[in-house]
Design a binder for this molecule. Structure first.
Ligand code: NZQ
Ligand code: ZN
Length: 386
């Protein structure tokens, strides 16, 4: 097992009817900006629950943060933060609203002229404006981590940011919120969380027995509850297990002491930036080909994954490893997720070259657990998914 340090300061308030506890977490003299997305919270009752909980707290609102949170819209919110002298941010939404709020938390205290530089220069945020979240869509784990991904439509870029100052102070996780989540977003959430585990697990054996078991149990739990979550999101038992699995998949715990890959996420953000494809769907497009392409380096963990997650016990290490990749892709397909780029856009010629050129320009010359995946490898992988 590798050496590690672990600190996660986010307080989780989990369970039925927990949004009422919101005010207890906020300083009484706070000036809060409530941030939300395209309006789903106004239809499903979450907005009213938040408003009721905030009745004695000074607060303002900013709605309209789109999926794949857009820089220019966030800059409008930043203006509100400055004009109203906001002291606390509250994200009410899924990964996009929470990530947008993290950007604002950093931008509000940023000393430079152009907050996009936080992303372009990968400046870590050590201190941000304090914020909390009310999660409405289990998927990204953003509610309990310190990372965010922001889109710039003008430059067709989608870049990551983060830092120790960007953990939410608290996150309220009421699994009942998924009742209103459309099927498309539910399967996206399952796929995103599942792939987060793969990125931190499908590398090479590092003698981290407990971390491997954590990772496998998150994947097994997701596989177990996925059919019920999709069929009946009002099933509380399935919803609660789904929600907690998504949080645990990316709150930092399972990646401690082990090598991690994250090349799939690096590649897929480009597909969203170029074609607007949902984040989870881009993962389903790239992940199977990434594992095939890096088969030799990953086959031992692939075979372990085959045995412990897919119950494939027959055959050689290679046989099991291949079968696990096939199982993974057909799991995505069974949930209705296409795994070829051509199913999402007709205009994909040159995509592989564009992505590899961008990686070269950014100096991303060696990705993955061995820091050996070159822009040329990335080009080859993206060619495989046409
Ligand atoms: O905008 P509204 O109207 O709220 O509708 C949203 C949106 O259209 C809807 N929705 C959310 N909760 C709902 C609901 N509809 C009905 N009932 C509810 N309770 O769902 C749609 C998608 O929301 P979004 O927040 O975009 O989805 P998700 O949570 O999957 O977030 C995706 C974003 O997170 C980033 C992705 O790149 C993408 O930009 N990620 C963030 C990560 C992180 N911070 O750690 C890691 C991930 O790998 C990922 O990159
Ligand atoms: Zn993801």
């Amino acid at each position: 097992m590798n050496n590690f340090e672990f600190k996660n300061p986010t307080k989780i308030i989990f369970g039925r009817d927990t949004i009422v506890k919101l005010a207890e977490e906020l300083p009484t003299d706070a000036k809060v900006l409530v941030l939300y997305g395209g309006g789903s919270i106004k239809k499903n009752g979450i907005y009213n629950q938040v408003k009721a909980a905030l009745k004695d707290i000074t607060h303002f609102e900013f709605g309209g943060i789109p999926a794949n949170p857009e820089y220019s819209i966030l800059m409008e919110a930043l203006q509100v933060i400055k004009e109203k002298h906001i002291t606390y941010l509250l994200a009410v939404g899924g990964g996009s609203v929470i990530d947008g709020t993290k950007f604002l938390s950093a931008a509000a205290l940023y000393k430079g002229d152009t907050p996009w530089d936080i992303l372009a220069n990968r400046t870590p945020t050590l201190k941000g404006l304090p914020f909390g979240t009310v999660l409405t869509l289990p998927a990204t784990g953003s509610e309990m981590n310190s990372g965010a991904v922001i889109t710039n439509n003008k430059t067709q870029e989608k870049l990551g940011m983060g830092g120790a100052g960007l953990f939410p102070q608290f996150s309220i996780l009421d699994p009942q919120v998924i009742k209103s989540v459309p099927k498309r977003q539910l399967v996206n959430g399952i796929t995103d969380a599942f792939t987060h585990v793969l990125e931190q697990y499908l590398t090479y054996p590092a003698g981290a027995l407990l971390q491997d078991r954590f990772a496998e149990s998150i994947m097994n739990t997701l596989l177990e509850v996925a059919p019920t979550v999709v069929k009946d999101p009002s099933d509380y038992n399935a919803a609660s297990n789904f929600m907690w699995s998504c949080t645990m998949a990316l709150n930092g715990l399972i990646q401690k002491g082990v090598p991690t890959d994250w090349a799939v996420h690096a590649m897929v953000h480009e597909l969203t930036a170029l074609y607007g494809i949902d984040h989870a769907r881009t993962l389903a497009i790239i992940a199977p080909s990434h594992y095939q392409y890096n088969f030799e380096a990953k086959k031992e963990k692939l075979a372990q994954y085959a045995e412990r997650v897919w119950n494939i016990t027959e055959g050689s290490v290679e046989d099991k490893a291949y079968a696990a990749i096939e199982k993974t892709e057909s799991f995505f397909n069974q949930m209705g997720i296409e795994t070829k780029l051509s199913k999402y856009t007709e205009d994909f010629d040159g995509t592989a070259e564009i992505i590899s050129k961008r990686f070269t320009e950014r100096g991303w010359l060696g990705l993955g657990e061995h820091k050996s995946l070159t822009p040329e490898d990335v080009e080859n992988i993206v060619h495989m998914v046409y």
